[in-house]
Design a protein. Structure first.
Length: 574
């Protein structure tokens, strides 16, 4: 028994567990379990040693350890006292040094939805390659050869030179990419590459633009870099930023100047004031066409003045005039600094999730916009390997002459999902920084896997597989689109994508896609809701349905289940 406290310690002196540890464990358990209460005194080390029949140093060391852990309060000349552990018996007090989640950690759940989808191995799940059509024997042969050659060292073990040269040759031919080997880096996924690129160009609070609807993984990467996100609507030519002088519907996003994307000289000094805060300077012949367009849009602006309120940001939009005091025809209107993008994320070759191909004029206008604002462009070459209608369009990176485009891609779509290798082609000025970021964050790919990939490309297997899958995926696209139109043409508006691995079907009426997706998941049908892909702009409802990984009979059965789910659920959604 320890002094005045009715507390027993039982020691096993032959069991092999140190006596000091046995004393610590039993006193600690008693304190946590409430058998020892805060403020109670224990015997001194001398008294306890005599009672237990052990050396005094053994007891003293045990008590000192318990004091370090915060269970006992020991002072010179006094008996040990049980310390106050917390408000509840058995709960240790929280201290200022207790770790708390960062703001980034607590925000992760909100941005994690793209990675927390229903199981992907079910029919109509989008974004999946068909592993049954992949040449596994050839791939295994290359992997074995890569393992044998992985010991061959080169100047950069993180990014093997043979794979750099092989992939750049492939991308130059297939995508029009132009880069030197030291600009190409390999990561465990395209998401990892995008994350590093975003962090290299964004500071916390910087504005970043992305397509709306757009890729949820890009949203996560930009937010993780601390960006202030602006969703820019997508039209039939891709991201709509008024590149051709037409007004874009910006929602809550920033508004570029009138005539953005057109060549313009220095802005003239304000001239005649027409009473709307719109100053017009001398107009040249080259500005007459723009003036005609402006006056037509001014009529629309005046017609909408009845919606104007006392708040400046509630001014009628569509002219880029909210909060503006003057406009100079033939000159770029300057936006507030907070609206200028520091980074712009796009999927120009196959917009995700709509499948739209960014037009050539829009691509050039985007490069011009980036040049004027000093923005970096983050190009995700999503699904670009698979193009079914017409000739594929070259990557935006190949058009860049200013070193502004970061080009990101992956092997998971062209090959199979198990090939977890992404890549980034960065501007030459960022190559050293990316190399350091890659090394310090551990975003690396095994040398043997890199060597195997290099062989797979050099021997022509990748190009041959892509050609074959283009034929197969085109047939599957046509099959799914026809099935949907035949069975659900009155309830779904189906778009036949020019490329990629999934089709978009928009819902009629007020049907809720998230609720429908849950019902489909329970029926064993994979799909993603369109509405979840919008960023700060009004959302439409629809289904993103994959066709690449599924054969005709599998898609037919899945469409039957989709029709049944809509039959059951339509009354509550209308």
């Amino acid at each position: 028994m320890i002094g005045p406290v009715p507390f027993h310690i039982s020691l096993n002196k032959t069991g092999g567990v140190p006596l000091q540890k046995q004393i610590c464990d039993q006193v600690r358990a008693a304190a946590l379990g409430g058998r020892l209460q805060p403020g109670q005194q224990l015997s001194s080390s001398r008294e306890l040693a005599a009672t237990l029949g052990v050396a005094r140093n053994t007891v003293a060391d045990a008590l000192a350890q318990l004091a370090i852990e915060g269970f006992l309060d020991i002072r010179q000349g006094r008996r040990p006292v049980v310390a106050k552990l917390g408000a509840k018996s058995g709960e240790m007090a929280s201290t200022p040094s207790s770790p708390r989640p960062s703001r980034w950690a607590t925000a992760l759940d909100a941005s994690d939805w793209p990675f927390r989808q229903e199981p992907s191995g079910v029919p109509l799940a989008p974004g999946m390659a068909d592993p049954r059509e992949f040449p596994h024997d050839l791939w295994a042969r290359c992997l074995r050869g890569g393992a044998r050659h992985a010991e061959a060292r080169d100047s950069d073990d993180l990014n093997r030179q043979p794979l750099r040269e092989a992939l750049l040759a492939h991308l130059a031919h297939a995508r029009g990419v132009r880069a030197e080997p030291h600009q190409l880096f390999f990561t465990p996924s395209a998401q990892a590459a995008l994350d590093l690129c975003a962090r290299l160009v964004l500071n916390p609070g910087d504005a970043a633009w992305m397509e709306s609807p757009g890729y949820g993984g890009a949203r996560a990467a930009l937010l993780n870099a601390g960006a202030t996100l602006h969703g820019i609507e997508v039209d039939a030519e891709g991201m709509s930023f008024a590149d051709d002088g037409k007004a874009a519907d910006w929602g809550d996003g920033p508004r570029p100047a009138l005539g953005a994307g057109a060549a313009s000289g220095p802005g003239p000094a304000p001239g005649t004031d027409f009473g709307l805060g719109l100053g017009l300077g001398p107009i040249s012949d080259s500005g007459l066409d723009e003036l005609d367009a402006f006056t037509a849009r001014l009529d629309e602006f005046i017609a909408r003045l009845d919606t104007f309120t006392a708040k400046p940001d509630a001014a009628p939009t569509g002219l880029g005039l909210a909060g503006a005091t003057s406009l100079h025809v033939g000159a770029q209107q300057h936006r507030p600094e907070r609206e200028n993008p520091k980074a712009i994320f796009v999927t120009p070759s196959h917009q995700y999730p709509t499948g739209v191909l960014m037009s050539a004029p829009r691509r050039q206008a985007l490069l011009d916009l980036a040049r004027r604002t000093g923005a970096a462009i983050l190009e995700d070459d999503y699904d670009s390997e698979f193009h079914y209608d017409g000739r594929p369009v070259a990557a935006l990176q190949g058009l860049d002459t200013d070193g502004r485009v970061f080009h990101v891609g992956t092997f998971a779509k062209a090959m199979i999902g198990d090939v977890r290798v992404g890549y980034a082609i960065v501007p030459a000025a960022f190559a050293d920084a990316f190399a350091l970021a890659q090394r310090q964050t551990g975003q690396i790919v095994a040398p043997s896997l890199q060597a195997g990939l290099a062989m797979f490309i050099e021997r022509g297997h990748l190009a041959a597989h892509i050609r074959r899958m283009n034929r197969i995926y085109r047939e599957r696209r046509d099959c799914l689109v026809q099935l949907l139109r035949d069975r659900l043409g009155d309830r779904l508006q189906v778009q036949s994508p020019p490329g990629g691995m999934q089709a978009l079907a928009t819902l009629a009426g007020d049907q809720d896609d998230v609720t429908l997706i849950r019902r489909l998941a329970s029926a064993g049908v994979g799909a993603r809701p369109l509405s979840r892909h919008y960023v700060g702009t009004p959302a439409r409802h629809g289904l993103l349905l994959g066709f690449a990984a599924w054969r005709a009979e599998e898609m037919a059965l899945a469409v039957d289940k989709l029709a049944a789910a809509m039959d059951i659920f339509s009354p509550s959604m209308e």
